[in-house]
Design a protein around this ligand. Sequence first.
Ligand code: NDP
Length: 300
Amino acid sequence: PARATLIDGKAFSVDLVDRVAAAAARLEASQGVKPGLAVVIVGEDPASQIYVRNKGETTLRAGMRSDTHRLDETTTQDELLALIARLNADAGIHGVLVQLPLPKHIDSSVVLDAIDPDKDVDGFHVVNAGRLAVGLPGLVPCTPLGSLMLLKDQLGDLTGLNAVIVGRSNIVGKPMAQLLLGESCTVTIAHSRTRDLPALCRTADILVAAVGRPEMIKGDWIKPGATVIDVGINRVPSADPVKAAEGKTRVVGDVAFKEAVEIAGRITPVPGGVGPMTIACLLANTYSAACRSIGVEPEP
Ligand code: NDP
């Protein structure tokens, strides 16, 4: 049988950033509003530092304003809340993102819910979760939004397809389920207490893996021809034992790619699949928030 088509999220995201940049330039030309994104990072977590730098660089490349606020590890919750209040009130800032994880002495749910829901470009505020659940316009979490864009680009109309999502986090699994329900899929959400996960996965026309366990989903869990979206980003020792001994690592998804690619119809690689879509959708959300802040409908 033919190998699965690889879903090129990298190429799609480059194109999406270009389209958002062009729309943002038109917004600035016609309304005098330049979309602005503020990213707040607390502490020195190396992975978070890389994410924040990438977000800032991509925002600038899209012709938008980018402010990065780097706070010391010892910043108090009240100090962080005061910064968020200032950003909420800043008319030049349309998106506010607090990089997670936060240091342990800060309650991230309090912080996330302090962001103005209309500037909550990560889509994590309870108001945006509620809007998504009841089908109102709002800001949708970037990773599931990007995954849905790839699915619609690949499959067109998703009506009636069986979708199985493995993972029920508020950041990925649950909003993914809401989005697919909105596309009239028949949606099942699986998690660590699900019984007979392999059999359930085999019912999926669309299988979304958002588990955080390297290569957990095996090839024979996949229905032949299914579309597989692998959200997982897991760092594991290099496949080369010599390099592994030197501490070299590689990134794998939640799906056993080598097996899955022989059975699926379409599949996102890791890296280069869902990952790059997340930042592109962050910019799309910032652009949408800027439009709505002046009562303009965002271009699609
Ligand atoms: P969480 O750890 O918050 O959630 C993981 C989910 O997987 C939970 O619902 C958990 O179930 C479920 N799970 C864990 N073990 C099993 C198992 N053995 N069988 C079935 N279900 C299981 O992770 P996130 O949702 O935040 O992230 C998931 C993955 O996606 C990670 O690899 C992360 O790195 C990646 N990610 C990638 C992004 C990107 O592409 N930019 C962005 C965000 C995340 P339970 O609820 O029962 O514990």
